[in-house]
Design a protein around this ligand. Structure first.
Ligand code: 5GP
Length: 129
């Protein structure tokens, strides 16, 4: 099967601005940033999404959190604060089928969840059920 874009970046077959790498994770700048600091952190093992993690992946997962802390310090946002997000599946807004965490910061981040008018209406209908 053809590799997806993050597998190619991990294997250095596609260019990316890699800012951190160790035995477990690779981190690179998002191509279309939403904040002054917008880094994507991936495990060095192909895992499609949070739905696909297994017990044996725990070293990758803990190193994503430890890496996020190091990268936040590297980009001087550890004191001001930041957000670490993973999108899972279609409703979660996941575009690339490779587990990744967005590390974003460098300005005051807005609301955590921003719904379109249609989704807000759906949610209000759901609440009144
Ligand atoms: P998702 O929506 O799956 O959580 O996030 C995918 C992210 O990957 C998006 O923020 C998008 O800008 C980023 N992205 C997609 N293609 C590339 C690429 O080729 N290189 C880099 N550096 N980021 C990418």
């Amino acid at each position: 099967m053809e590799k997806n874009i993050f597998e190619k970046i991990r294997d250095e077959e596609e260019k990316a601005d890699i800012v951190y790498r160790d035995d477990y994770i690779t981190a690179f700048k998002d191509i279309d940033p939403n904040a002054p600091v917008h880094i994507l952190i991936i495990p060095n093992k192909t895992i499609a999404s949070l739905n696909d993690i297994q017990e044996e992946d725990s070293s990758y997962l803990s190193n994503i959190l430890l890496g996020a802390k190091k990268i936040a310090k590297q980009f001087n946002i550890d004191k001001t604060g930041y957000r670490l997000i993973t999108n899972c599946g279609s409703d979660g807004g996941q575009e690339v089928p490779y587990l990744h965490f967005h590390l974003v910061g460098g300005l005051k981040l807005g609301k955590m969840i921003s719904l379109s008018k249609t989704e807000k209406k759906r949610f209000n209908e759901y609440k009144s059920l």
